[in-house]
Design a protein around this ligand. Structure first.
Ligand SMILES: Cc1ncc(COP(=O)(O)O)c(C=O)c1O
Length: 379
């Protein structure tokens, strides 16, 4: 099956009891047993739920993996993955991670004795000196948030190979439409489904996809033991979103390109960070591992003043100022004061998150209207 066909059909069966073509919302906490332990595969909805199962199968198919596990948020998926580790274990991670991921690593799990090293990974060999016998995981976000750095997944996998280190890729920005990390050798893919995969800014959810049965069983155990489960209605909304993922992504990419090219030539704009531009430092890697370049981009202002960035954000009509990304509607954000406010100023400036940096999630509206909005806001 090609991607667009998978998005509509993979993992989905007509409802066996009625033939309903859309997966029903199984709004139930428990399931009848005819005798103790005799049931139809479902006992209690923290453990399993048929709407969740359909979504997990669909996501596994889209990521070319064997097992999909869905969570109540992207961060709940992150939480479950770090619970695979023990005190003393070490993780090497991208240094411009999503702020919430940085927060859970440094404020929650560091307290439990897990050590996190943050580093730029654009040059894979740079992480070699951070790897030691305690390293159990490498955590990659590519393209990264909000600097759109692109990391060579195959290059990192080559360094981790044979060392009992699991490579985890947060594929939220790319989605499986643009990039399949498992095919590039990564062990585990994680997503905030809240973003492009759900696609309609109406649900918060996360997922993990992987091939290794032993790790999948551990994660399923952790989920059942800790309870980080999504509700069936949310699973339904994501299943519905997935049916148009390929069509939405195609338009996000087309609009992303036009917006990036417009901004690149604007006299008030400093730098534009979008992996599809030839001037992007990792464009060659993006071209190799991604099928297109997505609808996320960031830019700075030549003046580089916080007040100027705020004024642009306040003037936007369609690029609504809001947390989050990946919905059909265009959004804007100010990483320094919003998504990345939990990262200390000197840390975030080291990786380029300046006060004038504006992040755009380019939606699927008519691109002429989006460009007009940028023109009036930039003045
Ligand atoms: C790249 C990335 N990963 C993970 C998350 C966390 O996902 P959630 O908000 O669904 O918990 C986000 C949220 O913005 C994100 O942008």
């Amino acid at each position: 099956m090609k991607f667009g066909t998978k998005a509509i059909h993979a993992g989905i069966q007509p409802d066996p009891s009625t033939g309903a073509i859309m997966t029903p919302i199984y709004q139930t906490s428990t399931y009848v047993q005819t005798s103790p332990g005799k049931h139809k595969g479902y006992e209690y909805s923290r453990t399993h739920n048929p709407t969740r199962t359909a979504l997990q199968d669909s996501l596994a198919a889209l990521e070319n993996g064997k097992y999909g596990i869905c969570y109540s948020s992207g961060l709940a998926a992150t939480d479950a993955l770090i619970k695979l580790l023990k005190p003393g274990d070490e993780v090497v991670c991208t240094n411009d991670l999503y702020g919430g991921t940085y927060r859970i690593f440094t404020k929650i799990f560091a307290e439990y004795g897990i050590k996190f090293h943050f580093t730029g990974m654009e040059n894979p060999s740079d992480i070699a000196n951070l790897i030691n016998e305690n390293t159990k995981m490498v955590w990659i976000e590519t393209p990264s948030n909000p600097m759109m750095n692109v990391i060579d997944i195959k290059g990192i996998v080559a360094l981790a190979k044979g060392k009992n280190i699991k490579v985890v890729v947060d594929n939220t920005f790319s989605t499986p439409y643009l990039q399949n990390p498992l095919d590039l050798g990564a062990d585990i893919v994680t997503h905030s489904l809240t973003k492009y995969i759900g696609g309609h800014s109406d649900v918060v959810m996360g997922a993990i996809v992987l091939n290794d049965k032993e790790i999948a069983d551990k994660l399923i155990f952790i989920q059942n033991a800790c309870g980080e489960v999504p509700g069936p209605q949310d699973c339904f909304l994501v299943l519905r979103g997935i049916k148009t993922l390929h069509v939405r992504m195609q338009r996000h990419c087309e609009n992303g390109r036009k917006v990036a090219e417009y901004l690149k030539d604007h006299p008030k704009v400093g730098k534009v960070y979008w992996p599809g531009l030839e001037s992007h430092p990792n464009h060659h890697v993006a071209k190799k591992q991604m099928r297109d370049f997505g609808g996320m981009l960031s830019f700075t202002l030549k003046s580089d003043k916080l007040q100027d960035a705020i004024s642009v954000l306040e003037k936007f009509k369609y690029f609504t100022l809001a947390e989050s990304l990946g919905g059909v509607e265009s959004l804007s954000g100010h990483p320094a004061t919003m998504t990345h406010a939990s990262i200390p100023k000197e840390e975030r400036e080291k990786v380029g998150v300046k006060d004038s940096l504006i992040r755009l999630s380019v939606g699927i509206e008519e691109v002429e209207d989006l460009i007009e909005d940028l023109e009036q806001a930039l003045g």
